[in-house]
Design a protein around this ligand. Sequence first.
Ligand SMILES: Nc1ncnc2c1ncn2[C@@H]1O[C@H](COP(=O)(O)OP(=O)(O)OP(=O)(O)O)[C@@H](O)[C@H]1O
Ligand SMILES: [Mg+2]
Length: 453
Amino acid sequence: MNLKEVLKMADEMVFAKTGKHLDNLQEAILRGTMQGDKYTKIAEESHCNESYVRQVGSELWQILSEELGEDVNKKNFRSAMKRFQVSNVSNFAQNVNEQHISGSFNTCKEGRHPPNIPNSQPPNQEISHQDLSEMPDWGNFFDRTPELDTLTTWILQQHSRLITITGISGIGKTSLAVQIVKQIQDEFEYVVWYALDEFPTFDKFQSNLVQLFSNSANPDSSPSNQKQLPLIKYFQNHRCLVVLDDVQNLFSSGELAGKYKPESAAYRSLFKQIEKLSHQSCFLLVGWEPPKEVPQLTSENTPIRTLQLTGLDTEAAREILRDKGLAEIDRCEALIHRYQGNPLWLKSVATLIQELGIDATELLLNDTVLLPDDLQDSLQQQFDRASEIEKQVLSLLATENQPVNLAKLLQNGQILPSDLVNALQSLSRRCAIEKQESLYTLPPVLKQYIKGL
Ligand SMILES: Nc1ncnc2c1ncn2[C@@H]1O[C@H](COP(=O)(O)OP(=O)(O)OP(=O)(O)O)[C@@H](O)[C@H]1O
Ligand SMILES: [Mg+2]
């Protein structure tokens, strides 16, 4: 299938859906995608802002997904078009014969896979077993190119088995995980998204997975009269991508970060097997804190990786404000900086600015960080999970105007040295404190919140 053919087919699909032909940028995205170019390069060559190119790309994938009846993204565009072409070849030939036309691919509306019909037979048997019903779909997604590249390398090239994505609430962990799943799902035989609720039971998780494996009628499926295989066997026999979101629900509240609740012991054993045993599957654990056993710094020789997510860069954060009609306001960058590029916090502050009819300059008049109600709620949920000693350390740090070292914190004399270092480690795993070499500090939003308690 050559580039010209692909562009022609895509153009007809877009025209069928929108009544408009591909514009220059859409065509550049498809051309770049076919050549394996990254968005950065496409943006450079089109002289456009990368976030904008991504947004146009994402809308284009959406249109093509609906037209092709399967999830299309930058990674699988070529193979999706190929599948479409193969499945339409006979229909195409028939049309050509019937209509006595040549050179015109005029069959977009006929013979394709039915659009998004649940349980319809997916086109590629090897990659068709998915349960993404719990995966959120939130529209616009800006940038995160470095993080997506890192995750892709870890998962596809280094075959990491267990990856944690952690970060403070609202920083964009779930959104990032959704994006990586969309980009690489075709590399896996099974793809599952599982959101853990407040009382996650392993049995429910296990039976959902076994159900999925059984439905796909593989030789290792487990009819009710056969003994069920241990879960790890499925992950060894098939290449699976499993995303577990909100993993903090596996851990105890009021304890140091990542300490399993007694009732989560089975998850712990499974993660251990996922880490230790040989297989081609990958687990992505997404949430506020990583399991206690997972070190924050991992070596290349281990199959574990950790990604602590920080705020969006200024350009991407500006896109969030632009979405809210606030991109051109004065002191936009100062606002982004103060709220650390956290997309949820920025959205919340933008809503406040809009609803009060004030401007950012008024918000940024002095050093006080304004905390909208929903932002406070989200911080409270996280703060409530900390242990008593962690809370003491947070209060200590909130009174400091400059970053402090361990010795200074110990001078306080109220906390035992080993308790203090454990609390600092735990707070750092929760992304609640910032470390600059051996100095610790609280980010401004958190400091303001703790001071207000
Ligand atoms: N890169 C991004 N581009 C656009 N919007 C984003 C991006 N990342 C996050 N958001 C938006 O910010 C909000 C918070 O994102 P998300 O839910 O992914 O954060 P989270 O870290 O998973 O939060 P929590 O810890 O509470 O689950 C959502 O409204 C999401 O759409
Ligand atoms: Mg989330």
